[in-house]
Design a protein around this ligand. Sequence first.
Ligand code: G3P
Length: 215
Amino acid sequence: MKFFIDTANLAQIKEAQDMGVLDGVTTNPSLMAKEGIKGQNNILKHYVDICNIVTGDVSAEVISTDFDGMVKEGEALAELHERIVVKIPMIKDGVKAIKYFTEKGIKTNCTLVFSAGQALLAAKAGATYMSPFIGRLDDVSTDGLRLIEDIRLIYDNYGFETQILAASVRHPMHIIECARIGADVITAPLSAISALLKHPLTDSGLAQFLADAKK
Ligand code: G3P
């Protein structure tokens, strides 16, 4: 199972990379705005800065919604660094653009997936990654993890190679359940990844061992 961090914050990306468990990064326009990254040149430079910290794939999202615009933007993003994955929304022109990039050998991440039908289309178009937003489904009283289960079954039925990248992960139980179901990748904030470390019996056990070592 791959661990991606879902942020554009360089310090948090470095911290996760230093832990030795990071396989990649996902960003989106909202995460870039949160870090105050504005203007095309700054945004492109920021993607390169991220690529220089990590050793895995870095998703960079297009903001065009028409085929020609997505192709132009995606090609420019892919030129930036070998680790860039072009992130494309699940809309009709997006599916066409994913197919186009797949045929050119450029990696894609199909984003804003909320149904098994959308996941099937992303796989048919040859997306490298496909991102169901499980937290946002939970927010509207729909079981996000159930969607991951359904997609896992569908992809396995036909041997689709598109990787299920569980996104909008909010807490450690989302990560553990995704691992149980067999998601290929999770992308999560640093807080959810770090929360996996925590157990009170580890803390009390360590305190006891250290106290006993002094005896
Ligand atoms: O990876 C998608 C993610 O950035 C969305 O997360 O918490 O805004 O639903 P959230």
